[in-house]
Design a protein around this ligand. Structure first.
Ligand SMILES: [Fe+2]
Length: 429
């Protein structure tokens, strides 16, 4: 078991590093050090930060080894300096950053070979290694979002996603009653996904697919952005000050739209899930169609609950790991797949594409579950609990399979649009 686990950890470390390398080798030195948006760090910051977190947890803490570079810790501490000021810090240059992450990784493989993967909660089932793999993959998704904000010739390329297929029902009925939410036994689940607990959810309907570009374009053309009644007070204020008129990266030409993604401009694809909308835009659209956003427990029940057995599944399709037949994950394609493209990934209730394609806004604030315990550090999630953040679920085409589960919880400000976020609607039964 331990050997198998070590091999699995090693494979995941290599896979995440291959992705970080591809994302940073794709651009020149100038593009690595410059800030493509105030919302993002320079790519070279993400790279060295990945190495620094890996050093802190795996080299120093788990391995008990001497620091590789203790002089740079503060510049890569995400809590000390916000994204907007990071370009002014005395950061490692691209060559130094590559050298640094390589040196750290060399030591980590040595630690992985020698350290017992038991006896301490931090290393049980390889948790600390899994946390670092997920951390790197999360920053890879962040770097992918930076690529989306970068201007210039396209540098990333990927094959087209599978074709969409007809999904006969537009809504699925989810029966009322209790279900088990969260997890206590998923080995690499993070603190905010724990513990498993019973939640009662009233019966509801949820859309079988995410809202598409064609559907969202109708909302724009119908004047949805100018109809005060559709927006909450905070939403209207934001729409007004930020001058929102359409999803981010859309351009309007008469009554049609193009969008720019990773340097390529093309007409919007009608049956592809809409992406780069903020919570407020999602909420206004849902109101326009006479629905609402799902709550977080509703989303998870639609994804995991099997009405036949009453059992909660690990993923919508069952307990097996995601394959490329189940979901659009891992930057395999550089866009969401059209609706219906993953019939093998459907949930027991008949809901499609809950995992992958686009992060889905829920109406819920980010809070700890009953019995929540911060682990291994408060800054992972506890310091973000409260009304400032909305929960997003399911992962996007830019999320790696190691960093998504049907229990996985992401959170962000309701005004954020640079993330790969879309949504689906729900309504009371
Ligand atoms: Fe980080």
């Amino acid at each position: 078991m331990t050997e198998e686990l070590r091999e699995h950890v090693a494979e995941e470390l290599l896979r995440s590093r291959a992705r970080s390398t591809a994302l940073t080798d794709a651009v020149d030195e100038h593009d690595l050090v410059r800030q493509h948006s105030k919302l993002m760090s320079p790519l070279v910051w993400d790279l060295a930060h990945i190495g620094n977190q890996e050093e802190l947890w795996l080299v120093r803490d788990v391995g008990g080894r001497e620091p590789v570079r203790s002089d740079i810790d503060e510049y890569y501490d995400a809590f000390k300096y916000g994204r907007s000021v990071r370009p002014e810090l005395p950061l490692l240059n691209p060559k130094e950053a590559r050298q640094y992450v390589g040196d750290v990784r060399g030591k980590v493989f040595d630690v992985l070979e020698k350290v017992p993967l038991q006896g301490r909660r931090l290393v049980e089932n390889g948790f600390a290694f899994g946390m670092i793999v997920q951390h790197e993959q999360q920053h890879d998704e962040t770097m992918l979002a930076t690529h989306q904000l970068r201007t210039g010739e396209p540098v990333l390329h990927a094959p087209a996603p599978p074709r969409g297929k007809l999904v006969p029902a537009t809504e699925a009925f989810i029966p009322g009653g209790p279900f088990e939410m969260g997890t206590s036994d998923e080995p690499w689940a993070l603190d905010n996904e724990r513990p498993a607990h019973t939640v009662h959810v009233d019966a509801f309907f949820i859309d079988t697919t995410p809202v598409t570009n064609a559907e969202f374009a109708e909302f724009v053309l119908a004047g949805g952005y100018d109809d005060r009644r559709l927006w909450t007070e905070a939403g209207w204020e934001h729409r007004t000050t930020a001058k929102l008129v359409a999803p981010r990266f859309w351009q309007r030409e008469g009554n049609s739209f193009t969008r720019t993604a990773f340097g390529v401009t093309e007409p919007i694809v009608p049956d592809e899930p809409v992406v780069h909308v903020c919570f407020h835009e999602a909420q206004a659209y849902a109101t326009w169609v006479g629905k609402r956003l799902p709550t977080e427990p509703e989303w998870e029940k639609a994804a995991r609950f099997d009405p036949e057995t009453g059992r909660t599944r690990r993923y919508p399709w069952g307990d097996g790991e995601p394959t490329e037949l189940h979901a659009n994950l891992g930057q395999r394609h550089l866009r969401p797949a059209p609706v219906g493209a993953y019939p093998a990934g459907v949930s027991a209730s008949g809901v499609h594409q809950l995992i992958g394609d686009v992060w889905e806004w829920t109406s819920s604030d980010f809070h700890g579950y009953p019995g929540f315990e911060a682990f291994p550090y408060r800054e992972y999630s506890e310091v973000f609990f409260g009304p400032d953040y909305k929960v997003l679920r399911g992962g996007s085409f830019g999320t790696d399979k190691s960093a998504i589960r049907a229990t996985f919880r992401n959170w962000d400000y309701p005004i954020r649009r640079q993330i790969f976020a879309g949504f689906r609607c729900a309504r009371d039964a």
